[in-house]
Design a protein around this ligand. Sequence first.
Ligand code: 0WD
Length: 254
Amino acid sequence: SSLMAGKRGVIMGLANNKSIAWGIAKAARQHGAEIALTYQGDALKKRVEPLAAELGAAVVGHCDVTDASTIDAVFAEVEKLWGKIDFLVHAIAFSDKDELTGRYLDTSEANFTKSMLISCYSLTAIAQRAEKLMTEGGAILTLTYYGAEKWMPHYNVMGVAKAALEASVRYLAADLGPQRIRVNAISAGPIKTLAASGIGDFRYILKWNEYNSPMRRSVTIEDVGESAAYFLSDMSKGVTGEVHHVDAGYHVVG
Ligand code: 0WD
């Protein structure tokens, strides 16, 4: 379709073809958008480059959100490439997997701080840069999980970080609303990705969702991609500060 024709945006958090960022990139492309991708480190560069080629997307360089100079560098690259952007996708999260099992109570200060920096603050850090390039308004989208709202087994510090991320969405929406920059989140149901494989008993959580969600299935990165296209396009031009569940309805049950 031409839903996103003429729109240009940056997608951050692509690790491989199982990533939610890949589902979003594919959908945005199918709907006519132009895309720029970042990667984290040389190992992922080798994964991201062929995927970018498949979509005809630009690769704007290495970005590790714990290193502000790399954030500046990729946004400088995007500015050189296009001058302005229309959308930004944040599909980034991290916690030491030793703390994604057992008790939340046992979270260390070091991992709490690192998880909050990478999984929560990074949205604000990249929104600061995006603001300057969204000169004609724009759409910012992040990814969250139900563990922000309710206790979920093993999600632990990531649940706390996602709760803060969802609050950030509301505060950023208020700050950027006057410039017609919208900020929303998709709360995705569990999907087997690299990041998910670090969560204790993930397969059980996936099965639990399949048996108990209203649609009796789990969601795919393609499902998330299609919903993302709504948030990144003008179809959602009156929507901001929203956390939208793409979880086969699980949130009405669990
Ligand atoms: O069930 C799931 N998979 C769900 C994921 C359900 C609901 C939400 N989400 C969220 C995640 O929490 C995350 O915010 O979706 C987002 C994307 O995650 P994903 O697609 O599940 O996982 P993955 O393909 O691993 O991509 C996350 C990427 C990293 O991959 P790895 O696995 O290498 O950590 O986030 C990036 C990295 O590419 N990332 C960083 N990027 C820049 N700087 C950093 C960093 N410091 N750390 C991680």
